[in-house]
Write a protein that binds this ligand. Sequence first.
Ligand code: IPM
Ligand code: MG
Length: 351
Amino acid sequence: MKVAVLAGDGIGPEIIAEAIKALRALDLGIEFEEALVGGAATDAHGDPLPPATLALCKAADAVLFGAVGGPKYDTLPRPQRPEQGLLRLRKELGLFANLRPALIYPELAAASTLKPEVVAGLDLLIVRELTGDIYFGQPRGIRTLDNGEREGFDTMRYSESEIRRIGHVAFKAARKRVKRVCSVDKANVLETTQLWREVMTELGRDYPDVELTHMYVDNAAMQLLRNPKQFDVLVTGNMFGDILSDEASMLTGSIGMLPSASLDANAKGLYEPIHGSAPDIAGKGIANPLATILSAAMMLRYTFNGEEAAARLERAVAKVLAQGLRTGDIAAAGEPTIGTRAMGDAVVNAL
Ligand code: IPM
Ligand code: MG
């Protein structure tokens, strides 16, 4: 079992250190090898995804990823920006299926900005397509029109096969859960997503045991706040999934709690917390490492077939929360807080 470790920028190195500590404590014999990505790689090599990093990720069974980005890089030409490192990695490795579970721990129901009764018991899974859509569609650019005015343009596109393969992932995931899939689109306006709806509807006939519904993305954004427990699996395209998964994370109390898995067709995966590099708190030792630790658990489950070890790690996280241990982002007003390292140590102790 070989894992490429890409800590990246901002709080990335701090949270990744805690996830590795927890994985080592499980004593599974995993080999770790580190490489640069994002702004750190741009600083060192002028490229957010240097060839050596890509080669390491291709050779590894899985990638454990921290976060990329920071204000210092926002003015660079796009190819050198940290986010490109992540986007290219997703594309190069064919990681088309992004699983983002939003699960609420009972102790954190009060940390959500929504009323506890709205979120208590929440357990939904966002299945986001990750290598297509307006994120990658060509043509794109900024051009100057005949009248001298500039115009920005991007292309939203999805092929039938791209829609079908992410649909299969969603239906199969639903079979292991409550057997309900809600496909999110904007079929009332966008051709691309009208095709999305048609293909999902066809596919649904292959899964008669799973209930399929469709929802427009604006309504889905609203329903996630109104009654999030109506959802089991949400399947959607790259851009809508990006937005809805940030929204869903806040239902659980903090974006610092949400893990993710990005899988290829053979369960090779990249595992990362869904929060970003949080430059405002980087280097302070206060970031919440639990989303990264939970991402490591997803890695054990999906790439290494280690359901038991994954469940152990998840139970350890549940236990530290039950013990009342809190980083700043999940603490209620006045509650004492602990730092990144102490939280990682607590998870290791719980293991
Ligand atoms: C995410 C992030 C990325 C995305 C950025 C960093 C490129 O927001 O993983 O959700 O937009 O996909
Ligand atoms: Mg995002």
